[in-house]
Design a protein around this ligand. Sequence first.
Ligand code: HEC
Length: 203
Amino acid sequence: MGETLSSVIDKLQATTDYPQLFFEAYGDSVITGQHFLKALSQFQLTLVSSNSKYDRVIAGKEMFTEQEQKGYELFKNKCASCHSEPLFTNGQFENNGLPLDSNLKDYGRMEISMNKNDAQKFKVPTLRNIQFSFPYMHDGRFKKLSDVLAHYNRGIEVSTTLSEELKQPLNLTSENQVEIISFLMTLTDKSFLFNPDFAYPRK
Ligand code: HEC
């Protein structure tokens, strides 16, 4: 986010809540980089979403509807090479055929690696809780999952770095697109999203 660690720490130190919270955790209300990073990493390690309908189906505790099951089959065929189970990302950088944004002109991975083969490649994001994480893509260009499906179905821009899997049209009917979306909704984990431990610190 273009910030520096020391400036973040200055900001935290100036708040009313955090010096006290640091005192409670570490016995010292002077915030240091080490305490800040320890607190942040411990918190992030608790952010595990594993109680979606999808997880319960995989654990044999629940069943998909017919529509969700069809969506799951389509997903495994058309999407899972990048959005691989169980995290719904393969952790790689890929070009998923988005036309370059004319304002931002963000070339993604290439801006860091300076390698032309990385042009328009972006980190494959997880699709867990995707129903609640709109707008979609690195620049938030799509508001709805139906826009995303329409992109994959007929909005793919062919370029030299486009991923192999997306070079052939996906040929999804509008019914298929609804089926995939109904599968994606099974990745919603409300016990994770609305866990009060993950909300702003309580006073
Ligand atoms: C070749 C790899 C690849 C394939 C295949 C692929 N995706 Fe993606 N997907 C990506 C990448 C990379 C991004 C992130 C692009 C960006 O940040 O602009 C993405 C982003 C998304 C997003 C938005 C995520 C967010 O948090 O903004 C959704 C939803 C999505 N894909 C769904 C699908 C579905 C559904 C399919 C199958 C029809 C699919 N993807 C197939 C690579 C892929």
